[in-house]
Design a protein around this ligand. Sequence first.
Ligand SMILES: C[S@@+](CC[C@H](N)C(=O)[O-])C[C@H]1O[C@@H](n2cnc3c(N)ncnc32)[C@H](O)[C@@H]1O
Length: 273
Amino acid sequence: MNYRHAYHAGNFADCMKHALLVSLIGSFLRKPTPFMVLDTHAGIGRYDLRCEEAEKTQEWRTGIGLLTEEGPDSPLAPWLDLVRKAGGPEIYPGSPLLVSMMLREHDHLICCEKHPEDKRRLYGIFTRTPNVTVHERDGYEALRALLPPQTAKRGLVLIDPPFEEPNEFARLENAVQTIQARFSNGMIAIWYPIKHRTPVRAFHMALQDAGVRDILAAELLMRPPVDPDHLNGSGLLVIKPPFGFAEQAKAQLERLKTRLNAHEWSVTQIVPE
Ligand SMILES: C[S@@+](CC[C@H](N)C(=O)[O-])C[C@H]1O[C@@H](n2cnc3c(N)ncnc32)[C@H](O)[C@@H]1O
């Protein structure tokens, strides 16, 4: 548990993950029926980019720091509006805060955060928000306890692990199987790092071999993924993506590529419905 997201908040990987996440949540808002979001690795929810950790890496400067001029017509606008509302660009909202800002009264967000100090800070944000629940627990273990959701028949499981463990991709494969066994119509979004191609390809293949259907991968590369010691890009794997998401993702990633001076992007349906 050495990973601290405060060092990385607002970097290019956060920007792509959060812009796409806002599109996924937006798809649930098209229908009046309630939805639930389970954020298994939630972080602290709100990041002050003037803090010591962010100052040290300055990663946000090549991420959210380059997006302050985006206008209302940008495909990134729905997400950037929420960033501004949360106090951005100095205060950067993480996944739980973004999701909570989009919930209606009858929707529900459940957050898991294993680090006690991070959980305490996250809990502090939501003390007066009745439809957000915060647990200090292992996000993978929580899948069995918290699914299927009690408050809604539809929803999203977001898995955004720190990739500190060498077997993280294998844990993700197991997590997908657990989720699908307990919440078969649930949407799943998984963030992953792209250092080099081999482990990412193996992860995609393993899900395909396990019989998982309807998988889309959205990826943004800052550099060619040839140096395995660097975070060269990142991906968001979406299982059961909503109608129209691929087109939204393409527009958002093209905009991020231009603004962040990235190398390339892709949106690929890895396995059909
Ligand atoms: C990449 S950060 C999450 C960022 C957050 N999802 C966001 O987008 O704002 C990963 C978080 O997972 C927490 N964590 C690590 N292992 C965990 C586990 N097994 N279960 C739950 N949380 C865990 C870390 O403390 C860290 O805060």
